[in-house]
Design a protein around this ligand. Structure first.
Ligand SMILES: Nc1ncnc2c1ncn2[C@@H]1O[C@H](COP(=O)(O)OP(=O)(O)OP(=O)(O)O)[C@@H](O)[C@H]1O
Ligand SMILES: [Mg+2]
Ligand SMILES: [Zn+2]
Length: 465
């Protein structure tokens, strides 16, 4: 599957069980045994083992795991490394990045959108922090090295985590590591790995067919004067562990080949579907908009510039954009009795417009003795009342226009008209400032939801008032 990588996570809460040794060497064997398969590795550890193994001398650094976790595309921070393996450099500054990682699926999304392909191997730290959890959920295959009973005991936390989040545990696979073949038992379980497997099976854990022996040769691969770490493939070919890695890699490739749709692909499909739904509701919201500015009556397709306000009635029946100037002029007339041509108009208008652009303006007409009074309020963005004024709507009920209130009367009529010349009872309208360069932005999922929350908050206050 192009650009949707298959993810292998190596995890164990127990330190020193051979996670990093497994992750790095598995990457090398995969790249060697399947030449055309891109293999990328990165680690949440700050031991820089990955870098010491794969870095090519004099390479320009394009970023690290830190940038990946901050949202950079994986393909842009992956470096060509030794042994045909791509790697993302390690970082010792993941602590504060980790604080931004709230949910368990963040890494899944990042990998689905990474542009990486083939197989990605993630080496984790010996704990179950949020990064490890993300790596576990993103994985098509989790390899859990176990070397003894305590490390086997520790596995139950990973299994419990999957249970807790209702995730299929069939991706989890134990791998006996650091097995000392010289130790033989005088019981039904004749050696360490058979014993571990039996105990694992007893708890319902699945284990790989292969295992990794403890080998002094392997242990010596990271102790040399150059401070480098050498691969088993090139520096321990004659050992038992070399054959075991060949076996493990075959086993991994078999499951890889049997997985036509890796989780990153499924995740991308799910994301696309969700985006599609969002787009649909966005389009639906766009469709219901009034075609004209309710105040000047000009079709907005004819004069789209300067749409600086969005209004919506409490019953959402009427919604649309207003020209900034139309709205400011209306407020000047309604609130302050300023005719367009009066002297004070210009200066007052900019103050009024400034205030309106920072508030949500509410228009609630109430019927009173056969006439209407407008309850006008302005709320700040936290939904608290910042300004309030009652404006008598003299002559509104009879449809008289007086030049001063004309714009307001038109606005209220267009927005809140009900049957037989009356306004819809209890209905109100709010006007929100929007970015005149991109007014439709207010209808995008997140912004719209935030506006609806404000709207609901205002509605609640009106009810309790
Ligand atoms: N098959 C092996 N035979 C002998 N020694 C090994 C073998 N595999 C790993 N080791 C050694 O065991 C030590 C721990 O290995 P490694 O760093 O891979 O474990 P880890 O689980 O990644 O540790 P940590 O939890 O600290 O990240 C290292 O010194 C490594 O060289
Ligand atoms: Mg490690
Ligand atoms: Zn207008």
């Amino acid at each position: 599957m192009l650009n949707y990588p298959y993810i292998i996570t190596i995890a164990s809460e127990k330190g020193g069980v051979g996670k990093t040794t497994l992750a790095t060497n598995l990457a090398i064997y995969l790249a060697a045994m399947r030449k055309d398969l891109p293999v990328t590795i990165f680690s949440f550890d700050n031991h820089f083992t990955i870098d010491r193994m794969f870095e090519l001398k004099g390479q320009k650094r394009l970023g690290s795991v830190r940038e990946l976790l901050l949202g950079e595309k994986g393909a842009l921070v992956a470096h060509t490394g030794q042994y045909g393996v791509n790697y993302i450099p390690s970082s010792s500054e993941l602590v504060e990045v980790q604080d931004n990682f709230k949910g368990p699926m963040t890494l899944s999304r990042m990998l689905a959108e990474s542009g990486l392909s083939g197989i990605v191997i993630i080496d984790t730290r010996p704990d179950l922090n949020i990064l490890t959890q993300n790596a576990l959920y993103a994985a098509d295959r989790v390899l859990i090295p176990v070397k003894d009973m305590p490390s086997l005991e520790n596995c139950k936390n990973i299994f419990a985590l999957f249970d807790q989040h209702n995730i299929d545990k069939k991706t989890l696979m134990l791998l006996p590591c650091l097995i000392d073949s010289r130790i033989k038992f005088d019981s039904v379980f004749k050696d360490q790995k058979t014993l571990l497997r039996a105990f694992a099976a007893n708890r319902g854990y699945r284990s790989m067919d292969s295992f990794i022996s403890k080998s002094p040769k392997v242990e010596s691969l990271n102790t040399n004067p150059e401070g480098r770490i050498y691969p088993i493939l090139t520096h321990a070919r004659g050992t038992e562990v070399h054959h075991q890695f060949t076996e493990i890699t075959r086993e991994v490739l078999r499951t890889y080949d049997a997985t036509p749709e890796p989780r990153t692909w499924l995740y991308a499909c799910w994301l696309a579907e969700k985006e599609g739904q969002k787009k649909e509701s966005y389009l639906a919201r766009l469709e219901g908009l009034a075609e004209r500015c309710l105040i000047c009556g000009v079709p907005l397709v004819q004069q789209p510039q300067g749409r600086g306000y969005y209004y919506e009635t409490s019953d959402r029946a009427v919604r649309g954009f207003l020209h900034s100037t139309c709205f400011a002029d209306m407020l000047c007339g309604t609130l302050y009795g300023l005719y367009n041509d009066s002297q004070a108009h210009g200066a007052a208008r900019s103050v009024i417009a400034e205030k309106a652009s920072k508030s949500i303006s509410l228009f609630l007409p109430r019927e009173q003795d056969g006439d209407y009074v407008l309850d006008f309020k302005q709320f700040n963005r936290a939904g608290e009342i910042a300004f309030q004024k009652d404006v008598p709507l003299t002559g509104f009920a009879e449809g008289c226009l007086d030049g001063l209130h004309d714009r307001l009367y038109l606005f209220l009529n267009e927005g809140l008209a009900g049957f037989e010349g009356k306004l819809r009872e209890g209905a109100w309208m709010t006007v929100h400032a929007v970015d005149p360069h991109n007014p439709e932005q207010v209808l995008h999922e997140q912004n719209y939801r935030a506006m609806q929350r404000l709207q609901a908050h205002i509605g609640q206050q009106l009810q309790t008032a």
